[in-house]
Design a protein. Structure first.
Length: 275
């Protein structure tokens, strides 16, 4: 059997993040060949991943970030099985490295991000390796991005909820943060009522009619009452029309127009784990 030096084990551990014993065994099995040892560790991760495929990964971290010029932002979620792993500094750091890659490379979708190279391996291969190291199912569950004249990111304490917001003009960072926090707190369904899908509108109208009918309202008034409820829905669930959480006597739209009459929200993204 090839004699494995501690320095070689340490080097492999630094490359892969695997435990010392796992690295030593992999180097022994590969007769000291680092590339083969890395592949052994990766295969172990795949084997663990296959065993845990039916497990639920409902914990994890949600992170968001903007670039240096603050005109692009990205948000990702990496799921795991336990809160213990989610709070681990190395797990958070690994998630951050994927987020940085997403922000720099701007893949078009989640599968594109999984296929990007991070170092010598793809993101998905690295996640598989981490499964073998950590012993839990991991899943890169969400990715989205925004490009706008001003983009702001917000991560709620605990890394379970994050948002990114695009503004139509260059704006003070506090303004962007206020709106990103609004999105995180109030979970709007669209920027304005024009952005609400027809399916959602139809559903709300039917709900409104049914509620009015149960309340004993006349049939000839059901549609009128339902549209009144729909307008209330727009007010409560579209970002620009929501009451501004920091000063609820004004709407988010009014808050933005106080900064600049032309300032508005172009789009937003929000993701949360089950909290």
């Amino acid at each position: 059997m090839t004699q494995i030096k501690a320095a070689e084990v340490s080097k492999l551990r630094k490359i892969t993040g695997a435990g010392m014993m796992d690295c030593k065994k992999a180097l022994q099995e590969s007769d000291g060949d680092f590339d083969k040892a890395i592949e052994i560790i990766r295969k172990k991760g795949q084997a663990v991943a296959n065993k845990r495929a039916d497990r639920e990964a409902t914990e994890g971290v949600v992170l968001a970030k903007v670039n240096k010029t603050k005109n692009k932002g990205a948000i990702i979620a990496l799921n795991c099985e336990t809160d213990f792993v989610a709070k681990n500094a190395d797990f958070i750091k690994f998630t951050q490295s994927i987020l940085d890659l997403a922000l720099n490379e701007e893949p078009s979708n989640l599968d594109g991000l999984k296929g990007l190279k991070l170092g010598d391996s793809t993101v998905q291969d690295l996640i598989t390796e981490k499964v073998g190291i950590i012993g839990e199912k991991l899943d890169l569950a969400y990715y989205d991005k925004i490009t706008a004249p001003t983009v702001t990111a917000y991560i709620h304490p605990g890394n379970k909820l994050a948002s990114i917001v695009g503004l139509s003009l260059e704006a003070d960072s506090q303004v962007g943060k206020d709106v990103a926090m609004q999105v995180a707190a109030m979970s709007p369904v669209a920027v304005d009522k024009e952005g609400v899908s027809q399916k959602v509108i139809d559903t709300e109208i039917e709900i409104g009619k049914e509620q009015a009918k149960r309340e004993g309202k006349p049939d000839n008034l059901l549609e009128k009452i339902a549209f009144g409820k729909l307008n209330k829905f727009f007010k409560e669930n579209t970002l620009l029309n929501q009451a501004f959480v920091k000063e609820n006597k004004k709407t988010v739209k009014q808050y933005l127009q106080e900064q600049n009459k032309e300032l508005t929200v172009t789009e937003f993204k929000r993701f949360t784990l089950n909290i």
